[in-house]
Design a protein around this ligand. Structure first.
Ligand code: HEM
Length: 390
């Protein structure tokens, strides 16, 4: 039964997703609610679903498949279309291209954190964790400074409606933002075809292999995919790190004394508070997962965040172990769709944390039970108190 607040309105109890995952792992490892997808909770089963793309298709977005003339995006396609797109994009999205972002990420983190840390209280998300990845991607796509505010507005509007965009009916605002952003990037792509520049989008325009080149539509879809796949998740990672600092302030002090622990801290945060909590697949034939029959066409939800807390694989799975090693978490997925931006995300996380450690003595959440912390996707706002470094 729900409680009531001072205004006597019902307040939904805060649901702890990790307690729910544990109950699923222990009692109903492959299960579903009436009409819902099959939730897969154990590490080995999640791993199996992610790896076995022949049995578990990524072509789950009904709307995208039905829309005439729509260009597929690699996240929602199977081979051979997926292999072609991933192969072409990987030629430009190289370790070198990503390493080249280090300076812009550091400069952004420093400016945003200096600003946030100038007050004793602020909004971690709107002032730091959200603008950072949007700014990084905008720069990689060659969005000019003057167009940045507009780009941020489009990406915010699209995010707000992402569930509907993928499997439902997008809002008129999201459709309009999508159309404006498409027109903007098509114009940029046409300019780049006339004159190359030195950024990721330009490199993508000029990728040329035996598989051919990326069409305007494919380039456009990739710009959207970077926004969808890359921004919310990176924002969530930074929020996750801050949540760890709040819940275990000793981690903050430990990293200040031993910054070489930062990469391991990021891995453990990815495991402990996985930003991409679950993904979706569709069974391509009648099959079984851990003995549970699944019918062809049924949707399957591999619970990445649950797999990452499975104590059959991770010792002391519900404890944050700053130097956990090995740490075979599935936060970036596995198999043919494993995250293309993992190196970039890790770098952003690492530099963001280093920046916090430089400017602050500590950081705490004003409302540690904020339901937004465990909501789907990144929170829109998280108030924090900042203990500024002397
Ligand atoms: C902490 C941050 C991030 C997390 C936790 C994350 C997680 C994931 C996961 C779990 C998948 C696989 C989804 C599936 O199998 O259905 C994925 C795919 C993908 N991610 Fe990330 N991601 C992050 C950041 C980024 C960034 C920064 C970018 C790019 C700028 C990016 C680009 C992509 C792309 C393009 C795919 C699709 C790959 C494919 O279908 O072959 N991600 N990500």
């Amino acid at each position: 039964m729900s409680e009531a607040n001072e205004a006597n309105e019902p307040v939904e109890p805060v649901v702890d997703p990790y307690a729910e995952y544990e109950a699923l792992r222990n009692h109903r490892p492959v299960s579903r609610e009436e009409g819902g997808p099959w939730r897969v909770a154990l590490y080995d089963d999640v791993r199996h679903v992610l790896k076995t793309h022949v049995d578990f298709s990524s072509e789950v977005s009904q709307r995208m498949q039905e829309e005439e003339g729509s260009t597929p995006t690699m996240l929602f396609t199977d081979p051979p279309a997926h292999d072609r797109l991933r192969g072409l994009v990987s030629r430009a999205f190289t370790p070198r291209q990503i390493a080249a972002q280090e300076d812009q990420i550091t400069a952004r983190c420093e400016a945003l954190m200096a600003d946030l840390a100038s007050s004793p209280r602020g909004d971690l998300v709107t002032a730091f964790a959200a603008p950072l990845p949007v700014g990084v991607i905008a720069t990689m796509l060659g969005v000019e400074d003057g167009d940045f505010v507009q780009f941020k507005r489009w990406s915010d509007t699209i995010f707000t409606d992402i569930g509907e965009i993928l499997i439902g009916t997008p809002s008129p605002e999201a459709i309009a933002a999508g159309e404006e952003m498409s027109a903007y990037f098509l114009e940029r792509i046409a300019e780049l075809r006339r004159q190359p520049r030195s950024h990721l989008l330009s490199d993508l325009v000029y990728v040329d292999t035996d598989e051919g080149r990326l069409t305007d539509g494919e380039l456009l879809m990739f710009c959207f995919l970077l926004l969808i796949a890359g921004n919310e998740t990176t924002t969530s990672l930074i929020v996750g790190c801050t949540r760890v600092f709040h819940e275990m302030p000793e981690t903050f002090a430990r990293l200040q004394g031993s910054p070489e622990l930062i990469p391991g801290f990021i891995e453990e945060t990815l495991r402990f508070y996985s930003p991409f909590r679950a993904t979706l697949r569709k069974a391509t034939r009648d099959l079984e997962i851990a003995g549970q029959p699944i019918a062809q066409g049924d949707l399957v939800l591999p619970l990445i965040a649950s797999a990452n807390r499975d104590d059959r694989v991770f010792e002391r799975a519900d404890q944050f172990v700053i130097d956990r090693n090995p740490n075979p978490h599935l936060a970036f997925g596995l198999g043919i769709h494993s995250c293309l931006g993992a190196t970039l995300a890790r770098m952003e996380g690492r530099i963001a944390v280093a920046s916090m450690l430089r400017h602050l003595e500590g950081i705490t959440l004003c409302n540690p039970t904020d339901p937004e912390l465990d909501g789907f996707g990144a929170p829109n706002s998280i108030l924090v108190e900042l203990q500024r470094a002397a």
